[in-house]
Design a protein. Structure first.
Length: 110
């Protein structure tokens, strides 16, 4: 993303940073953005799993289950991106929550 979209851009804090510090801010901001998408997908996963639980007939359950699988795939992709691509040795204080798509489906009761 362009630096102009960074909330710190143009502030005295931003101006005092060297390029390495600005790079770390950029990486953290993008990791935060991706985590927001992942959490939205986790919510969608839980909602679709509950739909499977509430529909009355087996064909409806099979149809809704395909959406659960799709949402689980989205959660997995975002989670893997955050763990494998966004992690940094300099970000030792940040811990990404473990994400198991199986646990979300189990929580939803399916």
């Amino acid at each position: 993303m362009p630096d102009e979209l960074n909330p710190l851009f143009g502030t005295t804090w931003w101006d005092k940073m060297n390029e390495a510090e600005k790079g770390e801010v950029r990486r953290n901001l993008e990791a935060w953005r991706f985590s927001q998408f992942m959490h939205g997908e986790q919510g969608a996963l839980i909602c679709t799993a509950k739909i499977v639980q509430t529909v009355p007939d087996i064909d409806s359950k099979f149809y809704a289950a395909t959406q659960v699988i799709d949402e689980a795939r989205h959660v997995e992709v975002y989670s893997r991106y955050l763990h494998e691509k966004s992690s940094s040795s300099t970000r030792s204080t940040t811990t990404w929550p473990a994400c198991s798509t199986t646990s979300f489906v189990t929580v939803a009761g399916t």
